[in-house]
Design a protein around this ligand. Structure first.
Ligand code: SF4
Length: 526
């Protein structure tokens, strides 16, 4: 079996230790085996870690992929739960524990299970590779990892927490008994969950206030001369701050080493899929081609298009033109809902010749790219409609562009106006804007779906504009004709068109088919 050697990270001394060593085909040597098993014993002896040491062992490509996909599912669940429930509430904890169990990650923090620890460790490092590439990706990854870490740290017993601090050399300055007695009244008044008895029992840590911003913001600690006085029961705040800082630095270091990964033709497409692409249903496989008429599009846009497509449709009708990014995003979406090539040509031609483009120019300059989208020109790649992840993360719109995701790319004030114009209630607008503020763009879009379709709790998890359309049609009961058959084989054949140059690239079909096996069912998480 093909194996890859994974070695990604930062040396103990904080200096990059070949931040990412080339992931290359290797076989175990006897010496390596011994080294690996020793390091495993040390690495996986604890129920939780800071991921300071990269994995050194060889793993098969299939394990590499399955670990990565499982962690992505887990992190997506962490994100969804964080929005749907009060973080760390009973319900939140129960659901997260169930997910950890199902995906075979460590969930009983008192019971050490080296195999689960190993999966936890390796999968974290694989996703570092995939999620170090842009600021947006890094921010998302750090947030979910920090939330996961907090949940797991809070689950540790007091003894294990102290062990964790000790093992990771986390020594925070405790104040002396004299100082504690001197500040007693102030600590009692200012510290959350502390009474006279617990004050006696607990150590207090004195840290620069910027290391405990969460506690300062929520007014849970005593502040004096730039220092926060943190009771032991809130120590997670400083540990998390440490974790966040380390992870952020590690991602920046990993990003510098990306060229090495990109030279590996087996890993690059996988990492791109993990970070940028939608890994579920392939909305290019049509069974309803030609089942919608061009006359239906205006009314469908108002009822069943997600905001990104509604915006593109409106801009096209108003300006009789869309730039390349808009034509690709909207054109592939229309193809996904069932427009045939002939219909698409007719649709774009009719609209463009209402503007400054005459029929001749359309045929020369634009018809080619429509046919290209349908795989009839150039490399004859059958391009897949863009997923939300792709729209949100790639090719941001500039002045005069209408593509992108309005929840991600619109100015909040403009978004507010748009939502009001589409008759979303004031409280609905606020809910959506809150989600946008928390960078939960797909959840904001799903809320928009719920509000505009008058449903309390939509049962799907939005990941794709075409999925939005199908769900809307199902809900409105008008989807019999345009509803796409849902039993098409899943392929994660997102075309690999990179940012801003989508027409020039071809999807790696074989890789995608292979990945599809690995990423089966992932769409339910997105
Ligand atoms: Fe479109 Fe997805 Fe953004 Fe909704 S979340 S507007 S479907 S890109």
């Amino acid at each position: 079996m093909s194996c890859v050697s994974v070695s990604v990270g930062v040396g103990q001394d904080g200096v990059t230790n070949r931040a990412l060593t080339l992931l290359r085909t290797m076989l175990f040597s006897g010496r390596n085996k011994k080294l690996v098993s020793n390091s495993k014993t040390v690495l996986y002896a604890q129920p939780l870690q800071f991921y300071g040491q990269p994995p050194l062992e060889n793993i098969s490509l299939s394990e590499f992929e399955s670990f990565a996909v499982d962690r992505l599912k887990l992190l997506k669940t962490v994100e969804n739960l964080g929005v749907s429930y009060v973080k760390y509430s009973e319900q939140y904890s129960k659901k997260l524990e169930a997910e950890l169990k199902t995906l075979n990650f460590p969930y009983r923090t008192e019971v050490d299970d080296p195999e689960k620890q190993r999966k936890d460790h390796i999968s974290h490092f694989i996703l570092r590779l995939a999620y170090c590439q842009t600021e947006d990706l890094r921010r998302w990854f750090i947030q979910q990892e920090v939330d996961l870490f907090r949940y797991r740290f809070n689950k540790l017993s007091c003894k294990k927490k102290l062990e964790f601090l000790h093992n990771n050399n986390l020594q925070y300055n405790t104040i002396s008994v004299e100082e504690k007695n001197h500040l007693k009244e102030k600590l009692l008044i200012s510290s959350y969950g502390i009474n006279g008895v617990t004050l006696e029992e607990q150590d207090f840590y004195k840290v620069p206030f910027q290391d405990a911003l969460d506690l300062v913001r929520t007014r849970k600690v005593y502040l004096k001369e730039g220092y926060a006085y943190i009771p032991h029961n809130e120590i997670v705040a400083i540990v998390l701050n440490d974790f966040r800082t380390r992870l952020s630095k590690a991602l920046a270091l990993t990003a510098r080493s990306l060229p090495a990964v990109h030279s590996d033709e087996r890993l690059q497409p996988l990492l791109n899929h993990l970070s940028h692409s939608y890994l579920g249903q392939d909305y290019s496989v049509q069974k309803n081609v030609g089942k919608i008429s061009l006359e239906q599009i205006d009314s469908l846009a108002g009822k069943s298009f997600p905001l990104c497509m509604r915006q593109l449709h409106q801009a096209l009708r108003d300006n009789h033109h869309l730039r390349h990014g808009g034509r690709m995003q909207y054109g592939l979406f229309l193809k996904g809902i069932g427009l045939s090539l002939e219909q698409a040509l007719q649709f774009w031609r009719m609209e463009f010749i209402r503007g400054k483009v005459d029929a001749d120019k359309f045929d020369k300059a634009y018809a080619y790219s429509v046919r290209h989208m349908f795989g009839k020109e150039g490399k004859r790649a059958d391009y897949t409609p863009y997923s939300c992840m792709k729209v949100i993360l790639s090719n941001p719109p500039s002045q005069g562009d209408y593509h992108g995701c309005p929840f991600r790319h619109s100015d909040p004030e403009l978004l507010k106006q748009k939502l009001q114009f589409y008759k979303v209630s004031p409280s609905g607008v606020n809910q959506i804007l809150d989600l946008v503020k928390g960078m939960h763009y797909q959840l904001a879009c799903q809320k928009y779906f719920e509000l505009t379709h008058n449903v309390e709790d939509s049962t799907f998890s939005l990941s794709h504009p075409n999925q939005y359309f199908i769900e809307s049609q199902k809900h409105l009961g008008g989807g019999k004709d345009v509803k796409r058959e849902m039993d098409t084989p899943q392929r994660s054949q997102e075309n690999s068109a990179a940012r801003g140059s989508s027409a020039a690239q071809e999807p790696a079909v074989n890789e995608s088919q292979y990945l599809a096996e690995m990423t089966k069912n992932l769409e339910t998480y997105f």
